[in-house]
Design a protein around this ligand. Structure first.
Ligand SMILES: NC(=O)c1ccc[n+]([C@@H]2O[C@H](COP(=O)([O-])OP(=O)(O)OC[C@H]3O[C@@H](n4cnc5c(N)ncnc54)[C@H](OP(=O)(O)O)[C@@H]3O)[C@@H](O)[C@H]2O)c1
Length: 299
């Protein structure tokens, strides 16, 4: 399932020679580093990762050959692109720590959920900031990431950020007021699909398949249907029509899904996650403007 990259793929112009710092090399930060290096869109000698723990840093140095330090300010000072990958609760401490090294010739890419570009600019000053919302599938380089620019980010900064996240999946650009919606849909999205896989697998067992067989079939069905929707570009409703023959199994199953409101359940879940994202943004970043009413106005 992991996307393959040709090893001789040229480094895209926006990434050429860029020094990248990942502040908070945890799950997401490390996945980004791995992706950029696997795609050969960055060089290990130009990357530096930070973390409070020596063990994690030593492991990263061994695996990827990147530089490591516990010092966020030092890493920021020597980078062109600084990826803010710490948890939202400690983002402000890190921003305060690196502020003296934050200059306008650097790009700051935040993946911290809920932290607005305005908030980051307040703590770093007039520097280019791009806010992103990736999802956990960046760990297998099949991530879905949305990006939006801060006040001082220009086209070149968005292009650089897009290139960075394209090393680990697909990228869209959205206005910042839609970042909670992105969180509700694709940020939270892998969980919906895990539930669907588990449900299909349980269903397979219910109709007599072994757990192993049911699980293999359920996972591959999700991967295959996703790949068809992506590669064909055909509307999912049309794909559904293609596989529902008169009086057949698919239309019978569809009737059951409709009776049980599958699509309404998904819409409720995405809406609830979107609203929760706005609430958490306000809790972790109290100065961040609350975007929920704005979304409702748009609707
Ligand atoms: N996971 C997701 O699906 C997802 C999706 C979208 C966005 N995000 C965002 O991605 C960010 C990281 O999430 P994650 O899941 O990767 O969390 P994580 O695995 O906990 O990574 C955060 C890393 O930051 C380190 N850290 C803590 N304090 C630090 C400091 N002062 N300086 C430098 N590093 C520090 C942590 O080290 P210790 O473990 O040693 O404390 C940890 O390795 C969060 O802001 C989250 O909102 C996550």
């Amino acid at each position: 399932m992991t996307r393959a990259f040709k090893s001789d793929r040229p480094i895209p112009a926006p990434m050429q020679g860029k020094r990248i710092a990942v502040l908070g090399a945890g799950n997401m930060g490390t996945a980004l580093l791995r992706g950029v290096l696997a795609a050969k869109w960055g060089r290990a000698k130009n990357c530096i990762a930070t973390n409070p723990g020596t063990r994690k840093l030593d492991a990263l140095k061994k695996e990827l050959g990147v530089q490591t330090t516990k010092d966020n300010r030092k890493a920021t000072a020597q980078a062109d692109v600084v990826i803010l990958a710490v948890k939202p609760q400690i983002l402000d401490n890190v921003l305060e720590e690196i502020a003296p090294a934050a200059t306008a010739d650097k790009l700051f890419v935040s993946i911290a959920a809920g932290a607005t570009t305005t908030h980051i600019e307040e703590l770093l000053g007039a520097v280019p900031v791009v806010r992103s919302m990736p999802n956990v599938a960046v760990t297998v380089r099949e991530g879905a990431t949305a990006i939006c620019p801060g006040t001082h980010a220009k086209r070149v900064h968005l292009d650089l950020s897009r290139t960075l996240f394209e090393a680990v999946g697909r990228v869209v650009e959205v206005p910042e007021n839609l970042m909670d919606a992105v969180t509700g849909l694709s940020g939270t999205g892998p969980m919906y699909i895990f539930q669907i896989i588990e449900g299909l697998s349980d269903a397979g067992v219910k109709v007599g398949l072994s757990r192993a067989v049911a699980s293999t079939l359920a996972i591959q069905t999700v991967v295959g249907a996703g790949r068809m929707a992506q590669d064909s570009g055909i509307h999912p409703g049309q794909l559904k029509d293609l596989v529902t023959s008169p009086g057949g199994t698919a239309i019978t199953a569809l009737h059951s899904l409709e009776r049980n409101r599958l699509r309404a359940i998904l819409m409720d879940a995405v809406e609830a996650a979107t609203d929760r994202s706005a609430e958490l943004g306000a809790i972790h970043h109290p100065k961040a403007e609350k975007r929920l009413p704005e979304r409702e106005r748009v609707a």
